[in-house]
Design a protein around this ligand. Structure first.
Ligand SMILES: *Cc1c(COP(=O)(O)O)cnc(C)c1O
Length: 815
């Protein structure tokens, strides 16, 4: 969106106190996650449970200068207020106006199950066909939907929004603000949700979303749904899909393993690869195909797109367990339908013996005796060996279950009983309502496959970014450098997380790093620092923005742009040389540069340079000289260009040491990973990376014996030596063997003894009390810290991180 305060007030009949000419592009509703305050208004949302007004102060502290609220509060100077009668009505009114004036093609998804998966799949399939906007995660409520709609701007052509309701009459309100052209109705469960009298009432309410739709694509397996849609919407284009063969879109062959499935789409047949064959996945795939066909995507492309879909937080997760068990973790939600899906999923596995952990079903409005009778019938069909029931409700009906059944009041009680450790060679289904947190059981049952892991704490990255942000002015943008696989930590995982937290730009070294991110669905602007000639086409095709550092690159890249038929101004970033002597335009080239640029259909998105020594206190004078050259040369170019690109020069230690020179953007790298050369700053940052392994074996080596290749370590008394499974092939430099480096065991440093082997090394654990095989060893994190470890290696933290071998499993931690 893009409105002045005045326009917003006119659209919504609100009152303004303050500057009516301010421009608003974003509305934030949670003061803890305001990422950028520029052109952002904070809305204090009042619901019957909560008042957002108590967060106004913290929003203002963060730099917000426009507040939307039902009341004005004294004491906030220079703040512009938009005073509204009702905060939720306001949002809905604004969203309605915004949507109706957007000229967007829109898809609205509703139903009981599968909405989020379908939205994410559609997005993955369509974002590179049309610029596409979608609702974030599960933003589908009375507040979430309007906020999602407000993300629409002129650059989008397609919008995919999820619409969820939980009470009667909610859809009417939502349909008033959002009337999709294409309506998609996913599966509607038989177990009617709480708050509804009957299944019919629920269907009636949901299909109100399609009042103004041109096309309705619906799951026709539920005959009541079919009947209702035909009664109400017979004049619209209707397409039914589903597993029953009387739908217009269905699966022709019976599902058999290892082969494609043939889908009948109205009057044609198409073969598709499908890797997962549970009913829910197949049904969702049919819906996806139907929407793609409706959008005129050709069959070959559809097949290709389906092939490259990535799992969207698969609700059902199969994990290799201890004692040769397989664990199916489905602790996301629990109702009769999802229980059926999960039970069916079990049959995909070839294990004769099965056990089940099942909790109370919560939030369903029906007679519990009937409900649990139905549950027990489903469960009894499966011949489970053990059934573990958790919760007061379900426990009352334990005698309905035929298996060896035990009851527990809580998940913890089941853990404490140690009953799960009896299970061997089985498939174990964990099926529970959220509040029972049965995912805790997963930790106990899961086989630890990787002893050596690099653990990356995403929350710590966010903390570190916010710390650096707190030093900057509210409007300063931030680019995160994710080059070299995000300093070795995993480019996609880190970028996805940063995109979720609204980072302004990403920076990569090579085009292929950017292409990989785009292919996986990253839409944040990406700058390529080293655009190689052979990659120009890929850069253009994937909407990446090159760093232009010489006339040669400028000419060749521009040639590629023209050849590609790109007809708008291509965004580029001009690198100025200010003293690093790596890449960039020099003083004497500026006139020719501005002259050349003026003849080309490009847009200089930014002017930037790089500091060679922002982390070296002794080079302050030199750094100030670099900053001076940058100021002078960039100002000169801006004058010549006749417009003002954003400017940036600070890297992480630049942000902390030369904050005054932040210009419009900064580029953070090592700082977000929790490292600073300045010990005071270091204290404020959180450690992100932890390289861990476990002790494989402990031996006592006597005097006269030796350890490792070439007998480099010969203890002079009987010494406890532990072997750990990391070596130089994992990225530990061989030069830190022979007591140069240490690792941490029980928070005590243990010296590396003897030569480091390819996949293992030995450490002296003589001084460590109670040490035993299987204990965790910290290669670096706290003791030793990453910095200390880099010290052993006689290098910098950057090189340590980027040297860790890809075979070390990366694990991401997030609350
Ligand atoms: C890598 C890089 C950065 C980030 O540097 P840090 O020291 O990790 O903050 C910034 N700018 C450019 C051009 C870079 O290549």
């Amino acid at each position: 969106m893009n409105y002045t305060v005045k326009q917003i007030a006119e659209i919504t009949n609100a009152k303004i106190i303050g500057d009516e000419n301010l421009l608003i592009r974003n509305i934030a509703f949670d003061s803890r996650i305001i990422y950028s305050t520029k052109n952002t208004a904070f809305i204090a949302i009042n619901t019957h449970k909560n008042s957002g007004e108590k967060f106004i102060e913290s929003a203002v502290d963060r730099g917000i200068d426009v507040i939307i609220s039902e009341h004005q509060y004294p004491g906030f100077e220079h703040i512009t207020w938009i005073i509204v009668d009702n905060s939720v009505d306001f949002l809905q009114k604004l969203a309605q106006y915004h949507f109706e004036n957007s000229h967007l093609k829109s898809i609205g998804i509703t139903g009981s199950n599968g909405k989020t998966i379908l939205k994410e799949w559609l997005y993955q399939c369509l974002w590179n066909e049309f610029p596409t906007v979608k609702s974030p995660k599960s933003f589908n409520s009375q507040i979430g939907l309007p906020l999602s709609l407000l993300q629409i701007n002129n650059s989008y052509e397609l919008g995919i929004f999820e619409v969820g309701i939980s009470k009667p009459h909610e859809m009417e309100k939502l349909e008033r603000i959002f009337h999709p052209q294409i309506g998609l109705l996913t599966h509607i469960g038989n177990a009617h949700a709480a708050n509804f009298q009957s299944e019919e009432e629920l269907i009636d309410e949901k299909i109100k979303l399609f009042k103004a739709s041109e096309v309705i694509i619906y799951n026709g397996d539920n005959s009541l749904v079919s009947k209702k849609i035909h009664e109400l919407y017979s004049t619209k284009k209707l397409i039914s899909y589903g597993l029953k063969k009387d739908n217009q879109v269905f699966i022709k062959e019976d599902v058999s393993k290892d082969e494609n499935i043939t889908v009948v789409y109205i009057d044609e047949e198409i073969s598709f690869p499908v890797h997962q064959r549970d009913e829910a996945t197949l049904t969702n795939a049919l819906a996806l195909i139907t929407v793609l066909k409706e959008l005129k995507i050709d069959n070959l492309k559809i097949i290709e797109k389906i092939n490259s879909l990535k799992a969207v937080e698969m609700r059902l997760e199969a994990i290799e367990g201890v004692k040769n068990n397989i664990v199916i973790n489905d602790s996301f939600n629990l109702d009769l339908d999802s229980l059926k899906t999960a039970l069916q999923f079990l049959n995909e596995y070839n294990k004769p013996k099965k056990s089940l952990v099942l909790t109370d079903i919560v939030g369903v409005n029906s007679n519990s005796k009937e409900l649990y009778e139905e549950v027990s019938e489903l469960v009894n069909d499966q011949n489970f060996d053990f059934v573990f029931l958790i919760g007061d409700e379900i426990s009352k009906f334990s005698e309905l279950f035929k298996a060896k059944t035990s009851t527990f009041v809580s998940t913890q009680e089941l853990i404490d009983s140690k009953r799960l450790t009896e299970i061997e060679n089985q498939i174990i289904l964990l099926k529970g309502a959220r509040k029972f947190e049965i995912e805790k059981l997963k930790d106990i049952l899961e086989l630890r496959k990787h002893d050596t892991v690099l653990e990356i704490n995403l929350n710590a990255i966010l903390h570190n970014i916010n710390y650096h942000k707190s030093l900057l002015k509210p409007g300063t943008k931030m680019m995160a450098m994710v080059k070299a696989n995000a300093y070795g930590l995993g480019s996609y995982e880190i970028s996805e997380f940063l995109q979720h937290h609204h980072i302004d730009y990403l920076g990569v070294a090579y085009a292929d790093e950017g292409v990989e991110l785009r292919k996986k669905g990253i839409t944040t602007p990406i700058v390529v620092m080293n655009p190689e000639q052979h990659s120009y086409e890929a850069i253009i095709e994937y909407n990446l923005e090159p760093e232009i550092y010489s006339f040669r690159v400028l000419e060749l890249f521009y040639e590629a742009v023209q050849k590609s038929g790109y007809d708008k101004k291509y965004p580029i970033h001009i690198k100025l040389e200010t003293g690093m002597h790596r890449l960039g335009f020099k003083d004497f080239e500026l006139d020719e540069l501005s002259e050349t640029l003026s003849h080309k259909n490009v847009k200089v998105q930014s002017l930037f340079s790089h500091l060679s020594s922002s982390d070296v206190p002794e080079e302050k004078e030199f750094t100030y000289k670099q900053l001076e050259v940058f100021e002078k040369n960039s100002s000169y170019l801006i004058e010549k260009l006749g417009y003002t690109p954003i400017r940036h020069i600070l890297n992480s230690s630049g942000i902390t040491s030369y904050t005054d020179h932040q210009y419009d953007m900064v580029r953070i790298g090592i700082g977000m990973l929790g490292e600073s050369p300045n010990s005071e700053i270091q204290k404020q940052l959180q450690s992100v990376v932890s390289f861990k392994t476990v002790i494989s074996q402990i031996s006592i080596v006597s005097s006269g014996e030796s350890v490792g290749y070439s007998r480099k370590y010969k203890p002079d008394h009987a010494t406890k030596i532990a072997t750990i499974p990391v070596g130089y092939a994992d990225g530990i430099p061989r030069l830190i063997g022979n007591q140069v480096g240490n690792v941490g065991v029980h928070k005590i440093l243990a010296p590396i003894v003897g030569n480091i082997c390819m996949d293992m090394m030995m450490i002296n654990v003589d001084q460590i009390p109670n040490v035993k095989e299987g204990d965790t060893v910290t290669v670096f994190n706290a003791k030793p810290s990453l910095k200390e470890f880099a010290g052993y290696c006689k290098t910098i933290t950057y090189e340590v991180l980027t040297s860790i071998s890809p075979r070390v499993k990366r694990i991401y931690i997030k609350d």
